[in-house]
Design a protein around this ligand. Structure first.
Ligand SMILES: Cc1cc2nc3c(=O)[nH]c(=O)nc-3n(C[C@H](O)[C@H](O)[C@H](O)COP(=O)(O)O)c2cc1C
Length: 379
């Protein structure tokens, strides 16, 4: 691999190694991708205060998220079908996160199952739950996550229906994917990717396969998934899940102050300010633009986590300064996974950690708890 200096280098490497349909699935946002672009553009508008002649020789990026130690205020976000970027992708990402001292969140729509990941890694990980119309199946997922000793349950609430992603329709990237001829030809030019997928434990949705009654073929699974969303959900359903789940509960997908207050009342331990990486409501504000108001509304009653558009350690500084306890990244580590498997994910985390560390020095702080609005420049 050429020298990898930043997340953009990993993105370019992934674009060369992963077939276009699967790369586009990661890159894309919903509809006109306005919110996807806003997630980045609004970050770039936030400027940092350069400070000098402050002793910053002893810096520490460590913190805690939900009481768990973290080597930096970061966790790997749930990303569906990561196992199609690289065979066993979820296991590789989880191992890399654990080696780097941060949390990994396995999604419901993963290729490796909860049990596959639990058997392959040393420490507990988080599990992301999609509410399904089939309550029995939803309950069984919660029970499987508890049996696998997952340390937190992340309930995604911003996906009652699927935001349309034009690129995925053109590429046949549904759930599960149906490959177009063009993609098959593309795969033929990416033998290393194909080999890694063939060597992986599975090539379908591991948490669903064999567990969904009457959906043992890909076509039947696809029909079953299509029926499982768009169900009548409310905050009382979060309470239902809290009653089933013995550990910490995180509500993911809050973008509105009123919803943030409801999340506090629901008894969740944390919320994630998120617009699903610009993949759901197009026209929604960027995550970073709503973070200050959400953080102010909930105060210290709940931990505020954040995702959407983070591509650098400088972005982590901005989000923590504006009220987040910790950040999640999706695409930033998935590029690493597509580029170089576990080593690529570790490199992504290392890049973010090093950028965070140097940025702390240049803004004159030595600890994460010193990151507040005072480190931001008025523009
Ligand atoms: C390819 C892809 C798949 C995703 N799948 C899920 C998912 O299954 N469940 C979920 O809660 N969020 C999912 N997300 C959203 C991420 O958890 C996270 O909110 C988002 O990626 C953050 O934005 P970023 O990619 O700019 O860091 C997905 C994001 C991407 C890019």
């Amino acid at each position: 691999m050429k020298p990898v200096t930043c997340i953009e280098d990993l993105r370019r490497a992934a674009a060369c190694r992963v077939p276009r349909a699967f790369f586009d699935y990661v890159e894309g946002g919903s509809y006109a991708e306005e919110t996807l672009r806003a997630n980045r553009a609004d970050f770039e508008r936030i400027k940092l205060r350069q400070r000098v002649l402050i002793d910053v020789s002893a810096r520490n990026t460590h913190t805690t998220i939900l009481g768990e130690p973290a080597a930096l205020p970061l966790a790997l976000a749930p990303v569906g079908l990561a196992g199609m970027q690289r065979g066993d992708g979820e296991i590789l990402a989880c191992r890399a996160a654990q080696e780097m001292g941060i949390q990994y969140c396995l999604p419901t729509m993963s290729v490796c199952s909860i049990e596959d990941v639990a058997a392959a890694v040393a420490k507990p990980f988080w599990f992301q739950l999609h509410f399904m119309k089939d309550r029995g199946f939803t309950r069984s997922l919660v029970e499987r996550a508890a049996a696998a000793r997952c340390s937190a349950l992340v309930v995604t609430v911003d996906l009652p229906v699927f935001g349309q992603r034009h690129r995925d329709i053109r590429n046949g990237m549904g759930m599960p994917p149906k490959l177009r001829v063009r993609t098959v030809m593309d795969i033929a030019t990416k033998p290393a990717w194909a080999l890694s997928i063939l060597r992986g434990r599975r090539r379908t949705l591991g948490n669903l396969a064999g567990h969904v009654p009457g959906a043992d073929t890909t076509a039947a699974l696809s029909q079953w998934i299509a029926k499982q969303f768009n169900s009548p959900l409310g905050w009382n359903d979060i309470e239902w899940i809290a009653g089933l789940w013995p550990g910490k509960l995180i509500v993911k997908g809050i973008l509105d102050v009123e919803d943030a207050r409801s999340a506090v009342k629901s008894g969740a331990s944390a919320l994630v300010v998120s617009n699903h990486g610009g993949r759901q409501l197009d026209g929604a504000p960027s995550s970073i633009s709503v973070l200050p108001a959400v953080a102010a509304a909930v105060g210290s009653s709940i931990e505020v986590l954040f995702d959407g558009g983070i591509r650098s350690g400088q972005d982590i500084v901005r989000a923590i300064a504006l009220g987040a306890r910790g950040c999640l990244v999706g695409r930033a580590y998935i590029y690493g996974l597509g580029a170089a498997g576990a080593a690529g994910v570790k490199r992504a985390i290392e890049i973010l950690r090093n950028e965070l560390d140097v940025t702390m020095a240049l803004i004159g702080v030595t600890r994460i708890d010193q990151l507040n609005r005072g480190v931001l420049a008025a523009v």
